[in-house]
Ligand binder design. Structure first.
Ligand code: ACO
Length: 334
């Protein structure tokens, strides 16, 4: 049993905010610059559109917008936030991470602590687990967590096998020691470092620093072993889902909605099949936003709430996998 799973009642998700860039890139737009087709992308991935930052836009601004909405929709004010965790894989700059810029822009208290958390596309669920435990173990009361990613900045727009899959976005939640919203029933974090190279961006760090000519070197862009990711993703999301259910003493039949990481509709359908769950209990919005990494879970969860699918009292299962390979799940009652 994973050390980070808890049987006792955990804190609440008080609110969810989300933000995506205005600019939309359609499959038809990509057909003009790549040897690809709407038919190929749709049938292999379920993706039709992705929202992408303009060159002059700063990625952390998406995190700021999502956070403002999350704080507004929560019963607390900016002055009440006592910790900020930003789940992101590509910071605005290598040092410092993205979190101080978001804290500053939001005008939070000058002594609020903050840090970035890097756990692939599972970052938002890792952040829920960390926040819940910081509330339980360290006495924090209102933690702002953010899932923020601007993968458009690190994909090779000439590589049809990767660029069609991703979009930019951010989601945020206030996690509180008490209050309305989603009562967290169980959280889990898992990892499988033997799969560390399945999804990777090798260049630009300390092992392979930025260098002249790197724009022509594929190691400086996000790459992945597509088939390997596909196979592992289903197993990982299934394992973490069953783990939080067991931990909370619930069964899949008790779950009203599943919100999985939105990487690819075929992965989501395979997960549903593997769990024996009908697709009408799964929130899917990959068609509109593509894979926004750490932002997919809050974007899809918020859509489920805004459309009235997820209702008060519903049991909701969040599950994700990502680079590392890091994976995990959260079970909550909304
Ligand atoms: N348009 C047209 N053809 C393409 C495209 C494209 N955009 N991309 C690849 N192809 C071609 C390939 O070049 C190849 O051509 P060839 O047979 O002439 O060599 C052919 O399509 C098949 O390529 P495969 O990579 O074998 O295609 P596959 O069926 O595996 O589908 C895909 C690729 C969609 C990426 C699939 O492997 C997949 O869904 N993997 C999961 C990856 C994923 O979703 N990752 C999420 C990102 S990471 C994360 O979220 C944590």
């Amino acid at each position: 049993m994973n050390e980070s799973c808890h049987k006792e009642t955990l804190p609440n998700i008080l609110s969810i905010g989300a933000a995506v860039p205005d600019k939309v890139v359609t499959n038809e737009d990509l057909e003009k610059t790549l040897d690809t087709s709407d038919e190929w992308i749709t049938s292999r991935t379920g993706i039709k559109h992705r929202h992408v930052l303009e060159e002059e836009e700063i990625p952390s601004s998406l995190g700021v917008d999502a956070s403002r909405e999350a704080i507004e929709e929560s019963p607390v004010g900016p002055e009440d936030i006592d910790l900020v965790v930003v789940a992101t894989n590509i910071s605005d700059m290598p040092i410092p991470g993205t979190s101080p810029f978001i804290v500053n822009e939001l005008g939070l208290s000058s002594d609020v602590p903050f840090f970035d958390l890097k756990a692939g596309c599972s970052g938002f669920l890792y952040a829920i687990d960390v926040a819940a435990n910081m509330i339980k173990g360290k006495g924090y009361e209102r933690i702002l967590i953010i899932g923020l990613e601007a993968l458009s900045r690190v994909v090779n727009w000439e590589d049809r096998s990767t660029c069609v899959l991703f979009g930019d976005g951010a989601g945020a939640s206030v996690i509180g020691a008490r209050g309305e919203g989603g009562r967290i029933l169980s959280t889990s974090m898992f990892g499988d470092p033997s799969k560390a190279k399945l999804i990777r961006l090798e260049g630009g760090g300390t092992r392979l620093p930025p260098a002249e000519g790197s724009e022509d070197d594929e190691r400086y862009y996000v790459r992945m072993e597509g088939k390997g990711v596909f196979k592992s993703a289903v197993n990982m999301m299934k394992r973490s889902s069953l783990n939080v259910l067991e931990d909370a003493g619930l069964a899949l039949s008790d779950v009203d909605w599943i919100v999985p990481h939105q990487a690819n509709i075929r992965i989501i359908k395979q997960l549903a099949k593997s769990l024996g769950v009908e697709m009408d209990r799964i929130i899917v919005n990959v068609e509109e936003y593509a894979n926004t990494s750490t932002a997919t879970i809050p974007l899809a969860f918020k859509e489920g709430l805004d459309e009235g699918s997820i209702e008060p009292g519903d049991v909701v299962l969040l599950t994700a996998f990502g680079a590392g390979a890091a994976y995990g799940a959260t079970l909550l009652e909304w």
